[in-house]
Ligand binder design. Structure first.
Ligand SMILES: Nc1nc2c(ncn2[C@@H]2O[C@H](COP(=O)(O)OP(=O)(O)O)[C@@H](O)[C@H]2O)c(=O)[nH]1
Ligand SMILES: [Mg+2]
Length: 455
């Protein structure tokens, strides 16, 4: 392969039972011999118990090592994996010794980049590796796994094949144009184009939900002072994260924490809420809170249900129209002085629930509302099909879509086959970027820099 040989820690840094150091490249086996020679030569995919010595002959550690010879390894190159005792001191010594014997430190994602360049996986699969490593919930994991198994690649390749098939027909007709016979059928070309456009649109539509799946969904708690926003925040988190007090205006900064509900990741935000500010600092907090609520995917508007509602509460809540929101009437343990029906009638809210941050009553309903409002049509589709493109992939698919739109337009005004073939080629190349069949080197650098070192 002619590439340099790389080394990196493959497990998280820190103390652990074992740590794994990976070496990949032409010299990997030579380096393994250099620091842990044994009586027997390395057979591929066999574990060997060896002693590592540095070049001064000093013992570094007792290890278990395995050699995986090309092409049957993750990178497609010779790989040596050394399971040593999980001390950073030992790990550093092994990495230093590998470097002394000629290896270089691997930049982030280098192992996976090599797997891609050596044809072990395609680009969509490589991206899925990063998603899989960073997945926190079952749904994130299963979508990443489906992509890693080639689920997305297969769909895109099918589209690509259809494009290339039409392209070849159109090109043949250009070559034989002097013979004045139609080599391809315009109606078939249009039919295929329409079919492909539908498929592309379906995949592109999964981007928005995919971003929510990968990056999390923002939920902001808002409402008047002292309604119990910070208390609800803490109850949802299961810890006393936000300061709760009967003194109005306690919360000033926006607090943000991750929670998981039903396979999705949420960023839950506690804000100062909305009110007339009583100090300059509070005013800053309030306007930041209002901005957060505007940018959020969902808003929970909290009302103190233990007191008669002030007219302005209805006015404030009314501002949320057009935003996915829930009205939570809090402090039901104190006995409610607010009529749920009246709130529903006056605000026409998505829904209104009664809860208590103190006793956790109604929190199942609160979580259910969050979950069902996440599983919109698009999210539901993701959890069924386990396919969700990322923004790079969506951009490429969008370019393919534009090329086809242009081609259909050109067909309708009678443009010649030469023009149509350019557009078909462009659409196919754009699809090829998903799997990495056609992709620029600097884009690769960008994609693999997202990875952690040692992957
Ligand atoms: N009895 C009762 N008191 C609550 C409940 N939620 C909040 N409180 C109290 O209401 C006051 C204001 O709560 P806090 O969470 O700081 O409200 P925020 O200003 O909206 O963040 C505090 O004294 C809380 O202990 C609840 O469900 N029941
Ligand atoms: Mg608060």
């Amino acid at each position: 392969m002619g590439e340099n040989t790389i080394v990196a820690l493959g497990t998280p840094p820190g103390e652990s039972a074992i740590a794994v150091v990976r070496i990949s490249g032409d010299d990997a086996v030579g380096i393994a011999d250099g620091m842990m020679a044994g009586a027997k030569s390395w057979e591929s995919h066999q574990f060997y118990k060896r002693i590592i010595r540095d070049h001064n002959g000093e013992v570094v550690d007792d290890v278990l090592a395995v050699v995986m010879r090309e092409p049957n390894s993750y990178t497609g190159e010779d790989i040596v994996e050394i399971s040593c005792h999980g001390s950073m001191n030992i790990v550093s010594a092994i990495i230093e010794e590998s470097m002394w014997l000629g290896a270089e430190l691997a930049p982030p994602g280098e192992f996976t980049k090599r797997a891609f360049l050596n044809g072990k996986i395609d680009l969509a699969q490589a991206e899925a590796v990063a998603d899989l490593i960073s997945s926190e919930t079952k749904l994130q994991r299963s979508v990443a796994l489906e992509h890693l198994r080639g689920g997305l690649s297969k769909k895109v390749r099918k589209i690509e094949e259809k494009l290339l098939q039409q392209l070849s027909l159109v090109e043949v007709s250009i070559d034989f144009s002097t013979e004045d016979i139609e080599m391809f059928s315009i109606s078939e070309l249009v039919e295929t184009s329409v079919w492909i456009r539908k498929k592309l649109e379906g995949l592109i539509a999964s981007k928005k939900a995919g971003a929510k799946l990968r990056n999390g969904i923002r939920i902001t708690l808002t409402g008047p002072r002292n309604a119990g926003k910070s208390s609800i925040y803490n109850t949802l988190l299961g810890e006393e994260r936000a300061i709760v007090s009967h003194i109005p205006g306690t919360t000033r900064d926006i607090l943000r924490e991750r929670i998981h509900i039903g396979g999705f990741t949420y960023y839950l935000e506690d804000t100062a809420g909305i009110a007339e500010a009583e100090s300059e600092i509070e005013a800053i907090g309030i306007s930041a809170g209002i901005e957060a609520a505007e940018a959020a995917d969902m808003v929970v508007f909290v009302i103190d249900g233990s007191v008669e509602p002030e007219e302005k509460v209805y006015k404030l809540a009314g501002k949320l129209k057009g935003k996915r929101h829930l009205i939570a009437i809090n402090k039901m343990d104190l006995g409610l002085k607010i009529d749920k029906k009246e709130v529903e009638e006056r605000l026409g809210a998505d829904s209104v629930i009664e809860i208590s941050a103190l006793t956790s009553d109604g929190f199942d309903e609160l979580k259910k509302w969050i979950y069902t409002n996440t599983v919109t049509a698009e999210m539901g589709k993701i959890s069924r099909e386990r396919i969700a493109v990322n923004s790079r992939q969506a951009m490429a698919l969008h370019r393919a879509l534009e090329a086809l739109n242009k081609m259909e337009k050109d067909i309708s005004v009678g443009q010649p086959a030469e023009i149509l073939s350019i557009e078909l080629r462009e659409a196919a190349a754009a699809c090829g970027e998903i799997t990495g069949r056609s992709v620029e080197e600097d884009l690769l650098g960008h994609i693999f820099s997202r990875f952690c070192i040692g992957k």
